[in-house]
Design a protein around this ligand. Sequence first.
Ligand code: ZN
Length: 385
Amino acid sequence: MSGLVVHSARKLDADGRSDDFWLVADGAHITTTGTGTGWRTHAGAADVTVIDGQGRWLTPGFIDLHCHGGGGHPYDDGVEEMRAALATHRAHGTTRSLVSHVANPLASLRESLGIVAELTATDPLVLGSHLEGPFLAPERRGAHDARFLRDPEPEAVEELLGAARGTLRTATIAPELPNALEAIGVLIEAGVVVGVGHTTADYAQTARAFEVGARLLTHAFNAMPGIHHRAPGPVMAAIENPEVTLELILDGLHVHPSVAALLFREAPGRVALVTDAMAAAGATDGDYRLGGLNVTVHDGLAVLSGTDTIAGSTLTQDAALRNAVTLAGVDPVAAVTALTRTPARVLGEDHRLGRLHAGYLADAVLLDHDWRVRTVVADGAVLAG
Ligand SMILES: [Zn+2]
């Protein structure tokens, strides 16, 4: 098995910061870590790749729970486009991804879920699917095509679960829809983490969804009622429940940096930074498609063409980290945690992903002092840099 040594880096992960850090990987896993010069005894063999961190930041690989495409490629246009989009996000430090599906007819959702099931079986960096549509509130549909929204009838839920063949990891639901609480139960039973989102639900309805087992708030503040002093809404219900994780799109556009900072303060260790990126992430301004809808991107802001409805972001996870630290003033350890251990925990993968620690998968990102990606490692192999 080939080996990897990364040394002389400034480690940042959920366990904290550590200077002059090194790690050794054998195959896909980290076998040893330390500080100082102990790495030298592991660096001699011919098949060992040695990376000098030169005092740069070293974080675990980023995990993105919510993404629709990148590099000019949408996830919902076949496997080659999906691969190309994943490659863009990997170059920006995302080593493990969920593929998000927007609302579409059941037949095309079945097909997309099937493609991701195959990809998940062959590419360990793909963790499975996130079903964002179709069980969403029409009034809060955002960039989901109204024609394809539906109530979560049991047959539809079973049909989509079947098509995913065990690779549906998360699903977003508006809990006020008919049958929604039953559907949440069925999804949880099948091992799916349920998120509340694209919803008109109030505080009590959202709290009820969390009581029956929903564990995630899909892009907090976006496509849901905000916090009002007499109507606290879904975000307050999520903040108050210590078992719930809040997704946050930190591009400086979806949520004001000051409100982003508030979430980090009020729900420490429970904010998961997501991109919710569409095809234009890591690509240029212009015209794109998201599901069946036209999207125009100008100065990095994606809107449904001819409207001011935001249609996904153009974020990559390295930019989300940069924004967390520089725009929202979040402590770097908390910011990195929101991209690594927290999303790993949401998926029940925190025993093998999200920390730079012996026994964990060797996913790591080396970043400059201004949080630009230099090198990306996944499963112990250099992906980019
Ligand atoms: Zn959304």
